[in-house]
Design a protein around this ligand. Structure first.
Ligand SMILES: Cc1cc2nc3c(=O)[nH]c(=O)nc-3n(C[C@H](O)[C@H](O)[C@H](O)COP(=O)(O)OP(=O)(O)OC[C@H]3O[C@@H](n4cnc5c(N)ncnc54)[C@H](O)[C@@H]3O)c2cc1C
Length: 568
């Protein structure tokens, strides 16, 4: 169905309204830019930010003395030699400022005796993570930023706008000059001309069936940036959250809620013989919470593989040593919600297993959040490289705030140097043609194809990988790509989910191919990337893999990591 495009013009276009996008919008607007902040969902309610529960890492030193350099040391250690150090440094150095600004804006970080409480989290050398009680960090961060966005002049917002492609002001090598979006409510196209564009679209966990995030996290931003000429980095490093809820059934609560429980109460990870097992994989826990996510994921999967798992295919997490009073003091109303689900933690363990949670990889950016394409900036989880092969708990919200603020500043500065947004309608032609396609006759069950992709990714590109499995995944991705074809299905009317599924799958397949390809070529195990056929880390793999899409074909190159360069 053909609908004439709506045309919008702005200084700074921000795509994605999680913490990164909202902070970017606020920062660009207070530097004088006209900002258009859009999201495929509702503003400030669509991505991972609103779902986050507890930790936000920053070297505030309110519990014990701290310095951002200590935070940086821990971040680099967790990244197993692959962190892009300028990005990691920016994250750690500017974290305290952003956390304090959020407090001024009214987020309400938990306090004790007048100072911020800072929780100890695995991989940090001291208590460093602020939070909002009870399990309310993400909602509070989102609400605070939504309020600031609403009261900051110069920001126009629009939800239900799904960007399907960035648009360049000419051929290969030209600047990004805006985007074309599908308005979900009408099925019509929207052409946005922008002097600067910020991609803040979050991660890719929807590629996996069992994941912790929302349905909007299919890796759109990675695909958009790649097709527009930017390059991606560290794409093989998908973080699996080790203790995602598995059983008994839990309704209306978050599958990763056990992490905050472990921060506050320790908890014990047990196999089906009731034994703690972490020591078999190099780290003894003794009731403390010290296992980093990559090690814990590996340990749990290996226990299950050895036949020592729980009935639903995970392991047990027990808080049976905690009294009802201790549980209530730590989690108040959450204990009632657990009771409504039939869970009494003083009497029973729960079953947990790894779940796709976060992506360390993303768009390659400099410390100003600029990409290799003029006019294109990135922020938040869409950025790759700051966390290397494994992310520390608490660094993701921090990265969204810090990188969002920096991207907004850089985008506003870039926009100020330009006279007019360069997007001519003809540059948007290819994307507009895709949106105008009218193929109600083509029978394609996009939901079924997405399900197949998710199963393939979980089985063959999950936490435990091998050359044979990755090759099998790539063959399935080939099949699915052929089935998808070049023309969107559906009739393009209002809320045409079949059509939206086509556009989602187009991005998901490209991103899945990049993850599987880079995982296949990295013939070692490091951080979140575990190869059963190459179980050890290898010195020659102290390099980052960088992916471009010249001529529509994936091209992988290697860059020496900062750590390797420092050693030579
Ligand atoms: C359940 C859960 C708990 C977590 N807990 C913690 C924690 O305690 N501490 C921590 O540090 N981190 C945590 N994380 C990770 C952290 O929340 C995220 O990494 C971070 O919030 C990402 O912020 P963001 O702004 O980059 O992206 P998001 O908040 O994910 O926002 C991205 C936005 O982009 C929009 N979007 C996507 N594609 C398009 C498109 N094509 N067009 C338009 N809009 C688009 C989405 O709708 C979404 O609103 C958690 C994540 C989850 C899922």
């Amino acid at each position: 169905m053909k609908i004439d495009p709506i045309e919008v013009e702005t200084d700074v276009l921000v795509i994605g309204a999680g913490a990164a996008g909202m902070y970017a919008a606020v920062e660009a607007a207070r530097r004088g830019a006209r900002v258009f902040l859009i999201d495929r969902s509702l503003i400030g309610r669509g991505g991972a930010t609103v779902m986050a529960q507890m930790t936000v890492a920053a070297a505030l030193g309110s519990e014990v003395p701290d310095h951002w350099r200590h935070h940086l040391d821990d971040t680099l250690t967790a990244g197993r030699g692959l962190c892009g150090e300028p990005l990691s440094r920016l994250l750690c150095e500017e974290a305290p400022e952003c956390i304090l600004e959020m407090e001024q804006w009214g987020v309400g970080w938990a306090r004790k005796d007048g100072h911020f409480v800072q929780a100890m989290a695995p991989g940090h050398d001291r208590p460093r993570c602020v939070y909002v009680d009870f399990l309310n960090t993400g909602p509070a961060v989102s609400k605070t930023l939504r309020t600031v966005v609403n009261r900051t002049g110069g920001i126009t917002k629009a939800g239900d706008l799904c960007v399907i492609d960035l648009v360049r002001a000419g051929g290969a090598g030209a600047a990004v000059a805006g985007a074309v979006a599908l308005h979900l409510g009408s099925g019509g196209p929207v052409v946005i001309s922008a002097k600067a564009t910020v991609v803040a679209t979050g991660g890719l966990t929807r590629l996996y069936g069992r994941n912790s995030a929302s349905g909007n996290m299919g890796g759109d931003g990675y695909a958009l940036a790649l097709r527009a000429g930017a390059r991606l980095i560290d794409m093989e490093f998908v973080q699996f959250f080790p203790i995602g809820h598995l059983a008994p059934r839990l309704v209306g609560m978050d599958p990763i809620m056990w992490d905050p429980f472990r921060y506050k109460l320790g908890g014990r990870l047990l196999n089906n013989a009731g034994e703690e097992f972490a020591h078999r994989y190099g780290t003894a826990e003794d009731g403390r919470y010290v296992l980093t996510r990559d090690v814990a994921t590996f340990a749990i999967l290996k226990e299950v593989e050895a036949g020592r798992g729980s009935p639903h295919g995970g392991v047990y997490l027990s808080f049976e040593h905690c009294s009802q009073a201790a549980l209530r003091a730590a989690f108040g109303p959450v204990i009632d919600r657990l009771a409504a689900n039939g869970i009494d933690l003083t009497r029973m363990p729960v079953e947990v297993a790894p779940i796709a949670h976060y992506h360390m990889g993303g768009v390659k950016a400099d410390a100003g959040m600029g990409t290799e394409v003029v006019g294109l900036f990135v922020a938040g989880e869409a950025v790759g490289g700051a966390n290397g092969a494994n992310r520390l708990s608490g660094n993701a919200i921090t990265e969204a705030l810090v990188f969002g603020r920096r991207a907004g500043a850089s985008a506003a500065d870039h926009a100020r140097q330009m006279r007019a947004p360069p997007l001519a309608r003809r540059n948007a032609r290819a994307a507009l043609d895709l949106l105008a396609a009218d193929r109600p006759d083509r029978d394609l069950n996009t939901a079924e194809l997405i399900d197949r992709l998710q199963r393939t990714m979980a089985d063959d590109v999950g936490p435990l990988r091998s050359g044979a499995r990755l090759a099998r995944a790539l063959a399935t991705i080939d099949d699915l790509t052929r089935a998808l074809g070049d023309t969107p299905v559906g009739d393009g009317r209002a809320f045409d989910l079949q059509r939206l599924g086509w556009f989602d799958l187009r991005n998901m397949l490209l991103v899945a191919r990049v993850v599987a390809t880079t995982a296949l070529s990295r013939t070692e195990s490091r951080g979140a990337h575990r190869r059963e056929d190459h179980p050890d880390a290898r010195a020659e793999w102290g390099v980052n893999q960088i992916v471009g899409l010249p001529g529509g074909h994936i091209e992988v190159s290697r860059a020496r990591s900062a750590a390797e360069m420092a050693a030579s």
